[in-house]
Write a protein that binds this ligand. Sequence first.
Ligand SMILES: [Zn+2]
Length: 276
Amino acid sequence: MDSDSSASAVSLLGSDEPPPVELVNADGHSSAVLVCDHASNRVPRLLGSLGLDAVQLADHIGWDPGAADVARRLSTLLDAPLILSGYSRLVIDCNRPLHSAGSIAEQSDGVPVPGNRGLSPLERENRINALFRPYHDAIDRLLDGRTRRPRLLLSIHSFTPVLNGRPRPWQIGVSHWRDRRLAALMLGVLAHCGEFTVGDNAPYPIDAEIDYTIPVHGEARGLPSVMIEIRQDGIQTAAGAAAWAARLAASFRLIKAGALRILGSSFSVHSASDPL
Ligand SMILES: [Zn+2]
C-alpha cells in the first residue's frame, strides 16, 4: 500500500473492480438460504497481493477452493438464494468477528501476511466498510425479505485435506453452534449412506468468539443453521463439485419434514407449495 491509501477513508475498491458481494437467485423458492463466506481469493488492486505470491493466494489460506462452485450448483439444484463474498478472507475474513485476531490475519497456517501487519485504524475501517459490511448487510437484507417463508441457513465452506502435517479423515463435516437440530438432521442423512466419514462438528466446531455468520445470521435470528465443510480434494474438479452438490441437495430434500418441524407449525401449513 502506498501512503495515500492509508491517509484517508479512500474507497478500497476501484469502480472497475467486482463488487464485495454477489447475490445469486435472490427469489429462489427453497427454504434453504446459502452463503459462502470464503468464495474468492481476489485482493483489491489497492492492496497489491498483500505481500504474498500467487501460489500462496491460491492456497486454502486465501479462500475455500471449490466452495463457491459447490454453492452455485446447490443454489441451482435447490432453487435457493445464494450470497457469496467477493474478496479474499486474508483481506478481511467475513466469518470472523471484527474483534478477533483472525479478522485481518497477520499470519495464516504459518504463512506471514506482510500486507496485514501494522494496519492503522483507518486502514482496518476501510476494509470493514468496503468488504465486511456490504457482505453481511446483503445477508441481512435477504433474510429480512424472506420472513414470510421458512428459512434454513446453510453456510458452505471447504477445508484443506492436510493441516499441520496431519491428514484429515472426514470427506465432509457438518457444524453447529448451540442449536444442533438442523445439523443433527443433516448428519443423520449423510452418515446413513455409509459412503463417507462425516465430521460431527468437525473439522471445525462453531464458536461465537471466532465464527460470525452462523451465530449472527443463524442463531441470533432464531434460524436453524449449519456450516457445511467439504474436503477440498473432493471438489477440485467440476465433476467433484457437481457430485457433492448433488449429494447435498439430495440430503437436504430428505430432511425436509424434520426441518419444517424445527421451524414450527406456522410454516408447516404451507407444505402444499413445497417450499423446500
Ligand atoms: Zn471457509
